[in-house]
Write a protein that binds this ligand. Structure first.
Ligand code: B1M
Length: 212
């Protein structure tokens, strides 16, 4: 019998880390498509968590459990999501800006880029502006990605772009920004090259910007 993705979402919402991990493995073993598991099971569950968090029906410790369950599922999916990547399409440096601890979406974007054959340098979360500047100098990436999930941390992305200009290296790299509150208009306003709405379309947009 096919794995029930609705049940997987429910387990994720309930923060059942082990169960989600096992169920993702079961779905993989059953031959279910990895993006179907991601969208129909994990992301669908996380969407509900977001709605309940907003409505104060779930609180931070519970949301953290769900986030942990999501990450456990993503670890299982990771090899499948990156499987298609054979050649190096370029280097992609990505991180979450200062003051922001959200990393699920950023890690998903990183995985998708790995899957598309990029050499990905994932810098982590809560990063000082200088960390991005130093990473561009060190890794010389074709693409720099910044993620922000809070309206209060979005301005940090513009600060990084200004710091890259001041360091004289802004034009050496294409810049992509994304995260739930970020919009195409905002990306333009702060001088980013690309707005990434979600993990899958970000890869297409990144490739397009690099002329692939
Ligand atoms: Co946070 N949180 N949170 N939270 N949290 C949100 C973002 C919020 C919208 C919830 C809500 O109110 N509905 C709200 C922000 C409101 C706002 O500013 N507009 C919020 C808040 C307020 C907070 C705190 C301030 C709560 C508090 O303490 N009172 C606090 C802040 C902590 C901090 O960062 N300093 C906080 C804390 C947390 C947890 C730690 C508990 C946990 C994070 C755990 C973790 O990441 N390891 C958490 C979570 C899980 C969420 C929600 C529920 C889910 C986020 C998520 O992982 N989504 C979120 C509600 C929501 O977004 N619906 C919420 C799944 C993920 C796959 O999607 O991250 O959007 P997403 O990524 C997508 C796209 O956005 C895009 O592609 C991804 C894949 O498709 N994308 C990019 C993301 N980055 C990209 C970069 C790109 C391109 C595309 O290019 C570089």
């Amino acid at each position: 019998m096919a794995v029930d993705l609705g049940k997987m979402s429910d387990l994720l919402i309930a923060g059942k880390v082990e169960d989600v991990s096992n169920m993702v493995q079961e779905a993989i073993d059953d031959g279910m498509d990895s993006s179907e598991i991601l969208q129909g099971g994990l992301i669908a569950g996380m969407d509900v968590v977001g709605q309940r968090f907003k409505a104060c029906e779930m609180y931070i410790p519970e949301v953290l459990r769900s986030a942990k369950a999501m990450s456990a599922g993503m670890i299982k999916l990771r090899p499948l999501l990156i499987e298609s990547g054979a050649k190096t399409a370029g280097t992609f440096v990505i991180g979450t800006v200062k003051g922001d601890l959200h990393d699920i979406g950023k890690n998903l974007v990183a995985m998708m880029f790995e899957g598309a054959g990029f050499n990905v340098v994932n810098l982590g979360i809560d990063l000082d502006t200088q960390v991005f500047v130093d990473a561009v100098k060190e890794h010389k990436p074709e693409l720099l990605g910044m993620s922000a999930l809070l309206t209060t941390t979005m301005p940090r992305m513009g600060e990084v772009i200004n710091a890259l200009k001041e360091a004289g290296i802004r034009d050496q790299v294409k810049i992509m920004v994304g995260g739930a509150p970020v919009t195409d208009e905002y990306a333009k306003e702060i001088g980013a090259d690309i707005y990434g709405a979600n993990a899958a379309s970000s890869v297409d947009k990144g490739r397009e910007a690099l002329g692939d």
